[in-house]
Design a protein around this ligand. Structure first.
Ligand code: DQA
Length: 142
């Protein structure tokens, strides 16, 4: 089975970006580990990242015919994007939302995520280890 791991804006700079909040691992590290864990769990993980909302919407639409489940860190679009929520609402498989930081302990504008309305589970504040837990939770739901 195919799994889509989707990362939103500014996560391409993971490792350089506010490491005191997001840690030192790079997106390449996260993606490599996710592919390896997927292999262990018997799923093929495809990793994509975009800084553009519409591109993320396009990929979620595509996933309707190519992926059995989605792990998504929508990054800042979590807090603003009804379009990403709407796209996920058309996707039939399980969706797990990840936030590296604990968005509930940060600025008030990060406390609400539109994607949480659709996500089967939301993992927050576990650092990049949250992606591995998300993948395991997703595979358990397939
Ligand atoms: C984030 C939290 C968001 O508030 C922020 O805009 C991000 C990353 C996280 O993984 O902790 O870009 O989704």
């Amino acid at each position: 089975k195919q799994i889509l791991l989707l990362n939103g804006p500014n996560l391409n700079l993971l490792g350089q970006r506010q490491p005191e909040i997001y840690g030192h691992a790079t997106l390449a590290d996260v993606e490599r580990d996710a592919v390896a864990l997927g292999n262990e769990l018997g799923v093929a993980v495809t990793c994509k990242q975009s800084n553009h909302e519409g591109v993320l919407v396009d990929w979620i639409q595509e996933a309707r015919s190519t992926a059995a489940g989605i792990v998504i860190n929508p990054a800042a679009y979590s807090h603003t994007s009804v379009a990403i929520l709407d796209a996920l609402n058309m996707f039939d498989g399980p969706v797990i939302e990840v936030h590296i930081s604990d968005i509930h302990q940060r600025e008030a504008f990060r406390h609400h995520s539109f994607v949480t309305h659709r996500a089967d589970e939301t993992i927050i504040g576990e650092g990049v280890a949250g992606y591995a837990r998300a993948l395991r939770l997703l595979v358990a739901r397939l």
